[in-house]
Design a protein around this ligand. Structure first.
Ligand code: FPP
Length: 259
């Protein structure tokens, strides 16, 4: 598994720097087969492996996966426990291989609410891969964007109170840096056909292109990923400007960084 761009489909030369995925549809996938929802999550874990590998091969620098939201605790205890077991197992089983491929694994979310053994596994995996310079793989566990923003505000207000941060100089970059996930998202994929953000990376998705696939997560594979990457490559990202301004900027005729 080498990180190369040559595996890209035609026309997808413009890769997202940061790809984020809402992996939805595991439950429906299982129900359609008359199986328990947990079977869907197990099949979903296989799709996670496929997509991580595909993202690595395509040279995507940052991949963020929504594995367990801060709202998912409301699900039946058996499903929550099953998901936690699955996450712990996946981290243990795949850490060494991902490490070999220079992947830096980060768990984003409030890990303090997770079981002590899972917290230990997370700490070990993050430590093992902390010096890697390949793809960054963020796995969102007990994550919600509003709790993330609230925690960031607490941090920043503390810095202001301690005199380490000047309130009048507080910038968007300071806020980004205080979040679990500091990088803006370029492409957000949601599987399972629903058009919702579900409290995922609200700040970071300010300028994200959004791709909704009807495919249920366990069936999402390399081919489906390439469809999303083609969609992204074909988008004109204007960041509030006009197409004409963008063309001028690309030709170097005007400097759009100046007001
Ligand atoms: C949403 O489908 C999916 C989840 C809440 C969990 C995602 C977890 C995995 C894919 C398992 C493993 C993850 C890793 C990182 C190894 P849903 O249950 O809401 O599906 P539904 O909308 O059909 O009910």
């Amino acid at each position: 598994m080498t990180a190369v761009n040559s595996a890209l489909p035609d026309g997808a030369a413009k890769l997202p720097r940061h790809l984020a995925v809402i992996m939805d549809g595991n439950g429906r996938w299982a129900q359609a087969r008359g199986q328990m929802r947990l079977k869907g999550h197990q099949a979903g874990a296989q799709a996670v492996r496929t997509v991580i590998k595909a993202a690595l091969m395509r040279g995507i620098p940052i991949l963020t996966l929504y594995a367990f939201s801060s709202e998912n605790w409301k699900r039946p205890a058996a499903e929550v426990n099953g998901l936690m077991t699955l996450l712990a197992r996946a981290l243990k089983e795949h850490a060494a291989e991902l490490h070999q491929h220079q992947v830096k694994i980060r768990i984003v979310g409030d890990v303090s609410a997770l079981s002590t053994p899972l917290q230990r596994t997370i700490a070990r995996v993050e430590e093992l891969t902390s010096q890697n310079h390949g793809m960054t793989l963020n796995i969102a566990i007990n994550y919600g964007a509003r709790p993330e923003i609230t925690a960031a505000l607490r941090k920043l207000i503390q810095q202001v109170q301690d005199g380490r941060l000047d309130l009048s100089a507080l910038s968007e970059a300071d806020i980004s840096a205080a979040l679990y996930v500091p990088q803006d998202v370029d492409l957000l994929i949601r599987t399972g056909g629903e058009f919702r953000l579900s409290n995922f990376l609200l700040w970071q998705c300010a300028y994200a292109e959004i791709y909704v696939s009807r495919v249920l997560w366990p069936d999402f594979d390399e081919i489906e990923l390439d469809k999303a990457l083609h969609f992204f490559a074909g988008r004109e990202r204007r960041f509030g400007m006009t197409s004409a301004q963008l063309a001028q900027a690309a030709s170097g005729a005007v400097d759009l960084t100046q007001p």
